[in-house]
Design a protein around this ligand. Structure first.
Ligand code: PLP
Length: 369
């Protein structure tokens, strides 16, 4: 099979996941195998736990699973939702969370707002007053629209409604947008390796609070592969229930060392700066008569991904193709916004300088230079 030739130069790949992976991290994956029931693997798991907890801002263990983000969304629902789920839907991935709840046999309702909008705590409060639910699903950073939901406030409202848990998909949030799992009382937070953590795809990561485990114990249909009780039992011994993705774990250890050197706070800050730079560029283009518009409203924008409305005459796929000719990868819009928008994934290890080079190339492309 022929794989399309792509630039190996860094600073060119701005798709909102998977993101660029630094060479030393890719190289870490070439280390020889170790058996997963060995002291070496236990050491590796023990080594990665403190920086992972720092990344999620939690004292709980962080589960690392051979799965993509969707697997961890399913895990959250299977373990934490008893019967009735309320899904906050504002884009493609939050719609997926709702569908997962239905597919696992639960009753699920949704509170839907238009793609490009965020959910408000008042709206959630209202929905929780009208009916009773035992879990709320929400996407922190909606990668399809670039919207950031106010997770902390949504969690407060959720818990004020009684024994209701909040299950958070922070697949494109964690490591790029601040997440304070414990301080914000988030019951479950899940993510994937291929977004702001900047690893290859293939690892799902997640945190479950002790109250979730209490619920999970009573759920007989929580399945086998994504069983939090098994995850918990094993992580206490620095092990995993099944064969872990050993090579990806090497990469994770290498990348966590990089993130530790940067510090998670500075990583959040860098993402915020990249997002601000993108909005400033959109404004500047607009001032020059090129009708771009950030889809998400101010104050509700994700620091990791921006979806931008295009002027007449352009489509997301056309701009992405034109950018590729200049050696840069961006994404068209997602789903029903495919043509009307394009998306820049300013996440992972990208620098402001790399982003500037992309924006300059897009500038030239849009002006037909
Ligand atoms: N949730 C969000 C917000 C995402 O951006 C994605 C992937 O793009 C997913 C869930 C699904 O993750 P995966 O493709 O790793 O299963």
């Amino acid at each position: 099979m022929q794989i399309a030739q792509q630039s190996t130069e860094l600073g060119r790949f701005f798709v909102p996941g998977p993101t660029e992976v630094r060479p030393h991290v890719l190289e870490a994956m070439t280390r020889p195998m170790i058996g997963h029931r060995t002291p070496e693997m236990q050491e590796l798991i023990a080594e990665i736990q403190p920086p992972l907890r720092d990344m999620f801002q939690t004292k709980r263990p962080v589960y690392v699973v051979a799965a993509s983000g969707t697997g961890m969304m399913e895990a959250a629902v299977r373990n934490a939702a008893r019967r009735r789920v309320l899904s906050l839907v504002n884009g493609a991935f939050s719609e997926r969370f709702f569908r997962i709840a239905l597919a696992t046999g639960l009753d699920a309702d949704k509170v839907e707002v238009e793609w490009g909008a965020a959910h408000s705590p008042e709206q959630l409060e209202d929905a929780l007053r009208r009916d009773s639910y035992d879990a709320v699903t929400v996407v922190h950073s909606e990668t399809s629209t670039g919207v950031l939901n106010p997770i902390r406030e949504l969690a407060e409202v959720t818990h004020a409604a009684g024994d209701v848990m909040i299950l958070v998909d922070s697949v494109s949030g964690i490591a790029g947008a601040p997440v304070h799992t414990d301080d914000w009382s988030l019951d479950v937070v899940v993510t994937g390796s291929q977004k702001a953590i900047a690893l290859p795809p293939g690892l799902g990561l997640g945190v479950a609070q002790p109250n979730v485990l209490e619920r999970a114990k009573l759920k007989r249909d929580r399945g086998t592969y994504f069983d939090f009780i098994e995850f918990e039992k094993n992580i206490q011994k620095n092990q995993t229930p099944n064969t872990p993705a050993v090579s990806l774990m090497y990469a994770l250890a290498a990348q966590l060392a990089t993130i530790r050197d940067e510090t998670i706070e500075r990583r959040w800050q860098r993402h915020a700066e990249m997002a601000e730079r993108t909005y400033a560029w959109v404004d500047e283009m607009k001032a020059r008569g090129i009708g771009l518009e950030v889809l998400a409203p101010e104050g509700r924008r994700s620091p990791t991904v921006t979806a931008i409305r295009l002027p007449e005459g352009w489509t997301g796929p056309r701009l992405a193709a034109a950018a590729a000719e200049r050696g840069f990868r961006i994404a068209p819009g997602y789903g029903k916004l495919r043509d009307a928008t394009f998306r820049i994934g300013h996440m992972g290890d990208h620098t402001l300088e790399e982003l500037d080079a992309l924006l300059e190339a897009l500038d030239d492309t849009l002006q037909g230079a």
